[in-house]
Design a protein around this ligand. Structure first.
Ligand code: AMP
Ligand code: MG
Length: 345
């Protein structure tokens, strides 16, 4: 037998990848991330209700329908690069039960079939971790504002501690529910921002800050009442933004002073709003704090779950299948962050 000369022997180095599945609400997403963090991509599809808000069963049917095609794209992406799939993560909560269960079922099936570890990822933590990865923020105070969350958090002793949060609806819900009452389909945050820019009028709305917590339902009730009395929708969009964002900014400023963090990071779908970022940037300037924001992957996506799965793979413990039930009401401050001390030190 002919011997291969030593110098011709090449050791193929496979890039290791993980998959991350997002399915908490309107988006079914599959993200791909390399373990070294150099390659992160997203394949997502969003369910848009014909009218009204998200209908959980319809959204879950959407997710089941698009899952095979999106998964195939993600797996093909890894195959084309000759990569090796070493783990899978899924958004285990919080979110809508029927939607979460689609993501969990897909993830469990892949983990069992390929015999790779399975990780349950907290959706809010994933918003934060992808924000840190994209901006380079190390130990920020985080303003997490999305359809499901409105809270101000920071890492402390291995947990994201909550320094202020909504006591009722999220800012995203406030905006979407008001816009639906005005006849616009959800999500309508971008349209609300556009209409607000077209107005210079302002009407009083309830400004409710309780300690470090916030309440937005009074704003919604009053804004709908004024809409029905004939106040123009532009004026109301502007007023809702000014009042709700000022409340959030006040609580954020207090948390900055309290925590003495030197960085502020805003993440989640509402981070797309320029007026909100302007207000937060102003307090950052006053307190000599660095403001971070990334245009990419603010709304729900699979990439953020994939990247957080990489962190969980490196630092955390996989789930046994029987521990992988979804957690629709999972609170962020209950999630141990094993990579926390590495990032902040
Ligand atoms: P997420 O749950 O993170 O996907 O965020 C979705 C929420 O972000 C929805 O309530 C949207 O209406 C809201 N949103 C998106 N863009 C904007 C914007 N420019 N201004 C305010 N809210 C926005
Ligand atoms: Mg979200």
């Amino acid at each position: 037998m002919k011997k291969t000369p030593k110098s011709d022997k090449k050791v193929a180095v496979l890039l290791k990848y993980v998959l991350g599945i997002e399915a908490t609400a309107h988006t079914f997403g599959v993200g791909v991330a390399s373990i070294d963090g150099s390659d992160i991509v997203d394949f997502s599809h969003q369910y848009i209700p014909e009218k009204g808000g998200i209908h959980p069963r319809e959204a879950s049917e959407h997710h089941s329908k698009v899952a095979p095609e999106i998964l195939k794209k993600a797996i093909d992406y890894i195959k084309e690069r000759g990569g090796d799939l070493v783990a899978i993560g899924f958004s285990q909560g919080p979110g809508l039960g029927p939607c979460l269960r689609v993501g969990a079922t897909v993830a469990r099936a892949i983990a069992s079939y390929l015999d790779i570890p399975l990780f349950g990822i907290h959706h809010g933590v994933a918003h934060i971790e992808i924000g840190k990865k994209l901006t380079g923020a190390k130990d920020p105070l985080v303003v997490l504002v999305s359809g499901g969350h409105t809270m101000i958090v920071a890492l402390e002793k291995g947990y994201y501690r909550v320094f202020g949060e909504t006591l009722d609806i999220s800012i995203g819900n406030l905006i979407d529910m008001f816009m639906r009452a005005a006849g616009y389909p959800s999500p309508a945050g971008a349209l609300c921002e556009k209409l607000a820019r077209e107005s210079s009028d302002f009407v009083e709305l309830p400004y409710i800050v309780k300690g470090t917590d916030l309440s937005f339902s009074g704003i919604l009730t009053q804004a709908i009442k004024l809409l029905r009395k004939g106040v123009p929708v532009h004026t109301l969009c502007r007023s809702i933004q000014e009042v709700a964002f000022a409340m959030l900014t006040e609580v954020t400023e207090r948390a900055l002073v309290h925590t003495r963090k030197r960085e502020l990071l805003i993440v989640g779908g509402v981070a797309a709003n320029k007026r909100l970022r302007e207000m937060l940037e102003n307090i950052c300037k006053e307190h000599n704090v660095t403001f971070y924001w990334s245009k990419k992957w603010n709304g729900d996506n699979g990439a953020m779950i994939a990247w957080t799965t990489v962190l969980a793979y490196k630092y955390g413990k996989p789930l046994r299948i029987e521990e992988s039930l979804v957690k629709p009401l999972w609170r962020i401050d209950r999630v141990f962050i094993p990579w926390g001390s590495d990032q902040t030190s």
